[in-house]
Design a protein around this ligand. Structure first.
Ligand SMILES: [Zn+2]
Length: 217
């Protein structure tokens, strides 16, 4: 899953306004943000197999450190603790929500991935395989990302056009990933993904977190 993950960040932002949205953008993708450099270093492995799934050619055959269920739980706990440590003012509820945002990545990946997500180490792999049903997979990404955005905008008091246009651009990027040409190499997919996560977080900071929002009267 790609842009659907951001639906969770919008929903958490609505529930707990004290957490910066750019930070939640990175939290929901943390497992992939860690995955990309590990692929570039050759620690975790992916190969490009054209036609491997109906929506993308990624054979993600070795990623126990980032996408194992147990390791994902550990990263989530570390993120929750790290948030509390970095932000002394953070409530227990906010840090718990950060941890849940991180773990939501694994849960949503479980829905779309082939059985390539190990429960522990590199074994007992699971995944419901929705990537093999392009229309359903794309619909899910759209419902999650735009549904989360809609939830967020229901409470946000800033100007709406920017986030709405950005939400649609993100969905267009998703369409390109699913229906455009396959990536050239594992290094290309890892570095492009990392750049996209960084760029998305930067744009949402610019559109939302940077903007002083009038207080509710
Ligand atoms: Zn992932």
């Amino acid at each position: 899953m790609f842009v659907g993950h951001y639906g969770v960040s919008y929903a958490v932002k609505r529930a707990e306004d004290s957490i910066p949205l750019w930070f939640l953008f990175l939290a929901v993708q943390l497992l992939d943000v860690l995955w990309a450099p590990l692929v570039l270093l050759g620690v975790e492995k992916v190969r490009i197999v054209p036609g491997f799934t109906a929506t993308n050619p990624l054979d993600l055959y070795y990623m126990p450190y980032t996408h194992g269920m147990v390791t994902a739980l550990l990263w989530s706990a570390a993120a929750a603790a790290g948030y509390r440590w970095l932000r002394h003012s953070a409530s227990a509820r906010a840090s718990l929500l950060v941890g849940l945002a991180v773990f939501s990545h694994w849960v949503l990946d479980f829905v779309v991935h082939r059985p390539d997500l190990p429960l522990y180490d590199n074994t007992a792999k699971v995944g419901l395989g929705l990537w093999d049903r392009p229309g359903v997979a794309f619909g899910l990404e759209a419902i999650l990302s735009l549904g989360g955005l809609w939830l967020f905008l229901g409470r946000w008091r800033g100007r709406r056009p920017g986030p709405v246009v950005f939400g649609l651009i993100m969905l267009a990027v998703q369409a390109y990933v699913f229906f455009g040409p396959p990536p050239a190499s594992p290094a290309a997919i890892a570095s492009t993904a990392l750049a996209a996560y960084g760029a998305f977080a930067l744009v949402i900071w610019w559109l939302v977190d940077r903007v002083p929002v009038p207080q509710t009267p």
